[in-house]
Design a protein around this ligand. Structure first.
Ligand code: UD1
Length: 362
């Protein structure tokens, strides 16, 4: 059996690393299972891609489709054309996609039309917000997926409501958390920690890259000013996504508390989060990691496809009105932030369960 493993953008890399390791462990035991790692090239910078491969021990991709930057349609189209060519030259049996990025949807469509079995790791999650490109990617991918590996009960419920048969759904947990547990001992203090003389639990971390938050300069400015004025002079370390960087450059703000820095590697970023007082973010994956590390997390979105990070974890939805951050920060600084627990099956063994199940697919 040959499996194409698709990776394209930063949040994919930590999700595929443990799956590849689990496959290699089976190969080592003489079990017949082959994979081909296909990098679409959606993210291509060393800081957005290469560093993750090195740190997480992901092998060099067998194929790089090198699509690079573009609009959503350009990226989708280019990935589809190039992946189809690859399959025409050399077929595979299964196409395994993870998450919800453009590469996930584009490769799933091509694979299904070419007759491969489509497997979606992190299938079924929904924000029900169709202004997010990721939600469209999730819906399209799930509509043609044959087997779903899910992270949560809510994902299972969403799929069952769509009429997906129980036999197609495998509730296995979260591969991103497999990577987190494995790499915790390797977390690395970033240079900025020493340079700014940061102290444990006395600073915050923030990330922002969603088009809804950063594409309008005024909106982003309002968020940054609100944060700057309400963190009581604590430092807020802000690794800036390339999309956000383009806008930040145009903005003329003299930050004192907020410290914009280049994107960090996986091990450095999670060191920073693990030692922080709290995280302010609009990412989905970071809310899961913060939940597992027990770090208070404020999500600058009106909805989430990961409700368990709120009902069980340390995350709260703040919304997209910057003023709402003020009472949340107050709760944090008065020591009243809720404590959380780790969701069911987020135990570091998800990838092993996935590979056991893949071996059953005929
Ligand atoms: C993508 C994913 C999103 C994920 C995010 C994490 C989709 C629809 N969105 O959004 O779910 O949370 O990645 O990073 O797939 N750029 C670089 N260097 C790179 C990659 C991108 O400079 O290595 C630039 C691009 O030129 C573009 C911008 O960053 O201007 C955004 O990149 P893009 O791939 O369009 O999507 P993301 O916003 O990163």
């Amino acid at each position: 059996m040959k499996i194409d493993i698709i990776a394209g953008a930063r949040p994919n890399f930590m999700k595929i690393a443990p799956i590849i390791e689990a496959i290699e462990n089976k190969q080592f035991k003489g079990i017949e299972i082959e994979f081909r790692l296909v990098h679409t090239g959606q993210h291509y910078d060393k800081k957005m891609s290469g560093n993750f491969f090195e740190q997480l021990g992901i092998p060099e991709p067998d194929v790089n489709l090198q699509v690079g930057s573009g609009t959503q349609a350009e990226q989708t189209a280019n990935i589809m054309v190039r992946y189809e060519k690859l399959l025409i030259n050399e077929m595979s049996d299964i196409c395994l996609v993870v998450g919800d990025v453009t590469s996930t949807m584009a490769c799933a469509i091509v694979a299904k039309k070419t007759g491969l079995i489509v497997v979606h790791v992190e299938g079924g999650i929904r924000s029900f917000d169709l202004t997010m490109p990721e939600e469209i990617n999730r819906m399209v991918t799930d509509s043609i997926t044959d087997y779903f590996f899910t992270t949560s009960k809510s994902a299972n419920n969403n799929l069952e409501k769509l009429g997906i048969k129980k036999e197609q759904i495998f509730y296995v947990g979260n591969t991103m958390i497999d990577t987190l547990f494995k790499q915790m001992k390797n977390f690395t203090k970033p240079r900025v920690y020493r340079e700014l003389k940061l102290e444990q639990k006395k600073y915050l971390v923030m990330t922002m890259h969603r088009p809804a938050n950063v594409d309008e300069i005024d909106k982003l400015r309002e968020f940054l000013i609100t944060i700057e004025e309400n963190v009581n002079n604590r430092k807020v370390i802000f690794p800036v996504h390339p999309r956000t960087d383009k806008i930040l450059i145009e903005m003329d703000i003299d930050f004192k508390s907020i410290i914009p820095i280049s994107p960090l590697s996986y091990l450095e970023f999670n060191y920073l989060v693990n030692n922080s007082m709290a995280v302010i973010t609009d990412s989905g994956g970071i809310t899961e990691e913060a939940t597992v590390m027990g770090i208070p997390c404020m999500t600058l979105r009106d909805n989430t496809e990961r409700p368990e990070t709120i009902t069980e974890g340390t995350n709260e939805l703040i919304g997209t009105d910057p003023v709402k951050l003020i009472p949340a920060l107050e709760t944090l600084f008065t020591g009243k932030w809720k404590r959380g627990t780790i969701p069911y099956l987020w135990d570091g063994k998800t990838s092993e369960r996935i590979v056991e199940q893949l071996l059953e697919i005929k």
